[in-house]
Design a protein around this ligand. Structure first.
Ligand code: 3UK
Length: 521
């Protein structure tokens, strides 16, 4: 068991990378289509980037934003921020320009490292960015310097930097990373984590529960900007001296995932239930692709239906370890384990963390009864940035209110029973029905609407919209397509309704509140 107090007071999580230099400097730390890098090479680049950041005037405690595909530079930039005592803001590449603007302003990042392919999304809102000064462009083939001299290509930026860099004397409680998670209404919430949270989750879950070890090679479809990805595919493997495989291509295309597994031969694969269901949806995928390197799979983000677990086992022979995690705790806190799996359940509390299931008055419910899930872990964040009220309702002293409904069976396995808010988990990513509704409402044809989660063929939840049209619009398939296309344009694509049903009215309470539960069906 590892506790926060076992770590030195002065602790910097760059140790997770650098402890590998003593014994395995020449081992490949990171595989990718673009290039492979050894621990030594990664570490040299981290030092260069750290020096370059300091030259831009980035000080201890300041934020640095990273809007990048999953590639070597993501990992390097992240650890460079940690090493100089800055806070890495891993930005969601799937969001729209106005959301990037919100995050850059809320986090007050002065420096942004951005992939060339994502630069247009920043250019579109550049005028609105109150704090951003320097933009470093990753993956640009031509040298870049804009008129204001505030944009530079990554290669040029680090070319003459030294590979020597002092580690900032961070306290183990100092913040090192900021991730944004969407809420029920309004803007995403910034969740700040400390250096200590990384080694603690690595030890308590990845080593003690999952059994990750030096000879493993990880590959996650969860992108590095989600803590599910940062942990599973970067921090945990390097903590145990294992390697990771980074894929910059979109994970929703199942063939990208299967090709990457075949080519780089990971031993542990991290995915969301939707990802496993997508691969299972391809006939003969297990014969077409060589998946024999896999010894374990992990699923998180939403519950993994037992039939998906069973089919995956039948087709590949590999067990999927389902575990529930959240950004507030950084990673998984209830989990199955390789020698103790109950398909369909989330497993048991991770040793070193505690959970409670309580009623509205915070009394523990009886075994078998559904209640609200509280979690106690030393890795829990302390607050949401700039959201005092929401923080007070969520971070209850030692206990975190997860927003999940759970029950425990007679054998001590925990079962997810939905959320206590209206939030949907779609492909493992939060979607707010309220946001989808307000987007639809801004379309000229829509009078009223309600968005709920509807199960697909694999019993995974997808957003579905019930729409009342204004007079003069035809409730036909063209308009359904047009509304979905409209949502794709206005919001991150994954939030779009997968189905639209036209209705003449919505079920409402006497006071006019829409009764979403009546539409869930
Ligand atoms: C839901 C699950 C049932 C649940 C995450 C692993 O998903 C992660 O973080 P988010 O902050 O969302 C948290 C919420 O997602 N959920 C996650 N995993 C499961 N529900 N079964 C599961 N296995 O509602 C939770 O409150 O995006 C997952 C590791 C790190 C993470 N950040």
């Amino acid at each position: 068991m590892l506790r926060a107090s076992d770590l030195p007071l002065q602790y910097n999580a760059v140790h997770i990378l650098e402890h590998n230099l003593a014994t395995r400097a020449e081992k490949i730390a990171l595989y990718s289509n673009e290039r492979n890098l050894t621990f030594q090479q990664v570490s040299d680049q981290v030092n260069r980037v750290g020096n370059a950041l300091q030259k831009l005037g980035v000080h201890f405690g300041e934020t640095v934003a990273i809007l990048n595909l999953d590639n070597a530079e993501w990992a390097i930039s992240y650890f460079a921020c940690l090493k100089i005592g800055a806070v890495a803001v891993g930005m969601n590449t799937l969001l729209k320009p106005h959301e990037h603007a919100y995050i850059l302003n809320d986090s007050r990042a002065r420096v942004l490292l951005v992939h060339a392919s994502l630069l247009p999304a920043i250019d579109a809102v550049r005028e609105q960015l109150l704090f951003l000064k320097n933009v470093v462009v990753i993956g640009s083939s031509t040298p870049l310097r804009s008129a204001q001299n505030d944009m530079v290509s990554y290669e040029e930026w680090i070319a003459n930097e030294s590979t020597e860099l002092e580690t900032a004397p961070t306290h183990r409680d100092d913040f090192c990373a900021l991730n944004y998670s969407s809420g029920t209404t309004g803007e995403p919430k910034g969740i700040v984590h400390a250096h200590q949270d990384l080694p603690l989750t690595a030890q308590l879950w990845a080593v003690n529960v999952l059994g990750m070890r030096e000879r493993d090679r990880t590959f996650a479809t969860a992108k590095l900007f989600f803590t599910f990805g940062t942990g599973g595919n970067l921090v945990f493997p390097w903590y145990v001296g294992a390697s990771c495989v980074l894929m910059s291509a979109p994970p929703r295309i199942a063939t990208n995932v299967l090709e990457t597994i075949q080519k780089f031969q990971p031993t542990i694969h991290f995915n969301a239930p939707t990802g496993y269901a997508a691969m299972l949806g391809m006939e003969n995928f297990a014969q077409q692709y060589d998946l024999s390197s896999l010894r374990l799979c992990v699923s998180a983000g939403e519950s993994l239906p037992a039939p998906v677990w069973q089919q995956w086992k039948e087709k590949t022979g590999v067990d999927i370890i389902d575990g529930i995690g959240c950004t507030e705790i950084w990673h998984i806190f209830i989990s199955n384990s390789p020698n103790d799996i109950r398909p369909g359940s989330s497993g048991k509390p991770v040793p070193g963390m505690e959970v409670r299931i309580v009623d509205e008055n915070f009394n523990d419910v009886k075994q078998g009864e559904v209640g609200n899930l509280l979690v106690k872990s030393e890795t829990t964040a302390l607050f949401y940035l700039h959201q005092a009220e929401k923080s007070r309702r969520t971070f209850l002293g030692e206990w975190l209110m997860t927003g999940d409904k759970y029950f425990v069976d007679a054998d001590g396995y925990y079962w997810h029973a939905g959320r206590s808010d209206d939030m949907l988990k779609v492909g493992g990513i939060f979607v707010s029905p309220v946001e989808v509704e307000s987007t639809l409402m801004s379309h000229p044809a829509v009078l009223e609407c309600a968005v709920v989660g509807a199960p697909d063929a694999a019993n995974l939840i997808k957003p579905k919209a019930f729409v009342v049209l204004k007079q003069g619009y035809n409730a036909d398939a063209n308009l359904q397509d047009a509304l979905i296309a409209y949502c794709k344009e206005k919001m991150a694509e994954y939030k779009r309704p997968r189905g639209i049903e036209f209705v003449s009215e919505l079920p409402k309470t006497a006071t006019g509140k829409i009764q979403r539960f009546k539409l869930r069906g």
